[in-house]
Design a protein around this ligand. Structure first.
Ligand code: DPM
Length: 350
């Protein structure tokens, strides 16, 4: 477990650590990394923050739909200290040695409809029958097939730029479904024609939140990024991730959630679906998340579904994690395993 630190000597002789952030060539990854870098530079004007672009992809999700880059090795054996991800692309257990050191305030977590320009003014309800909607998300397709049986759903691949181009420049899709958060970060909010509420389509675990990944042993960096934690978002996302982990769902199963914090209550709704949405198990549970200012002392006990949140009340974190597990167990008792196993098999066979 080799860790290389770089230091910089300033004119006044002061030596300070150089902190390296890694990103990928995608525009969304760059925007997300820059926004976190901006926050860190504001908070720590004295640190030397560098951003490098060529991280090696480490984890490639089962269906190779999303590439999550978690390796901290960049070319020439340099190391990066911080990587920013969309939380929803991070597995519920990270490779050993890594942790999520911050979860930032969630953007709008819902999915959005982006229409082909020729359909301006329409909605999923008013589009002509048999209109083709583009999405590669099993979660979105399952829920929307059930809710809008008059529409058809087809895969659409590629990054956000590619997808919008495919939508606008061809006649293959009447509309596509994308996360509102990604569209907003890209500056494409004006393309959102409809936000899908939980009655139409619940969101993915962690959707809309940014996660800052760091080395679990790197105390300095952990402390530095921990001020970025948004406590309510942390509690919501820990309950969602615990739900997904307990279901043994990965990034490619039809699992959806909805969470809310109201006062000291945390509400979690979770559901699993068959591929066509016909079978669905869904339930809501809640817990008290007391902010008791008791923060965890040992580093070990304060990791929850991959997240280190020393600055958040440990009893609240534990309650959030338990809520996710309890809800998953309730659905497992009603047969969620069968629904997910069948969905996975059918999807793999396609
Ligand atoms: C994951 C899914 C998708 C992404 C599956 C899902 C959508 C894939 C698709 C796990 N990751 O949501 O059910 O539509 O074919 C992704 C996006 C963002 C992060 C883009 C999007 C930006 C939003 C965010 C892809 N990952 O979902 O439109 O930060 O949450």
């Amino acid at each position: 477990n080799l860790v290389i630190f770089s230091f910089l000597q300033e004119g006044n002789g002061k030596v300070s650590r150089v902190i390296r952030m890694g990103t990928r060539k995608s525009q969304l990854a760059r925007i997300q990394t820059d926004s976190v870098a901006g926050r860190l530079r504001e908070l720590y004007p004295d640190v030397h923050l560098e951003i490098g672009e060529d991280i090696l992809p480490a984890i490639i999700c089962m269906n190779s739909l999303y590439i999550n880059c978690i390796v901290f090795v960049v070319s020439f054996n340099q190391m990066v200290d911080i990587v920013v991800h969309s939380l929803k692309d991070l597995p519920t257990s990270l490779p050993p040695g890594f942790t999520i050191g911050a979860i930032l305030q969630r953007e709008n977590p819902h999915d959005a409809v982006v229409l082909h320009p020729k359909n301006a003014g329409l909605t999923l309800d008013s589009l002509p029958e048999r209109s083709v909607i583009g999405t590669s998300s099993l979660r979105r397709a399952a829920q929307l097939k059930k809710r809008f049986p008059q529409l058809e759903f087809e895969n659409i691949r590629g990054n956000l730029n590619t997808r919008l181009k495919k939508l606008d420049e061809k006649d293959d899709y009447a509309a596509i479904i994308l996360a509102a958060a990604g569209l907003k970060r890209m500056g494409w909010e004006s393309r959102i024609s409809q936000i899908l509420g939980p009655e139409d389509c619940m969101y993915a675990v962690g959707q809309g939140a940014l996660a800052v990944e760091v080395r679990a042993q790197d105390k300095d960096i952990l402390e530095m990024v921990s001020v970025l934690h948004h406590p309510d978002t942390v509690l919501q996302c820990i309950s969602e991730r615990a739900f997904l982990r307990q279901l043994e769902g990965g990034c490619s199963v039809p699992v959806a959630v909805h969470t809310e914090v109201k006062g000291s209550m945390l509400y979690l709704t979770g559901a699993v679906y068959s591929l066509d949405g016909a079978d669905c198990l869904k339930d809501t549970m809640q817990t008290v998340v007391e902010i008791d200012n008791k923060v965890s002392e040992s580093a070990q006990e304060c990791v929850h579904v991959g997240v280190t949140a020393n600055s958040v009340s440990s009893s609240a974190l534990e309650a959030a994690e338990k809520l996710g597990m309890d809800l998953a167990n309730a659905l497992l008792n009603k047969g969620a395993k069968d629904i997910l196993t069948t969905a996975r098999k059918l999807n793999d066979a396609r």
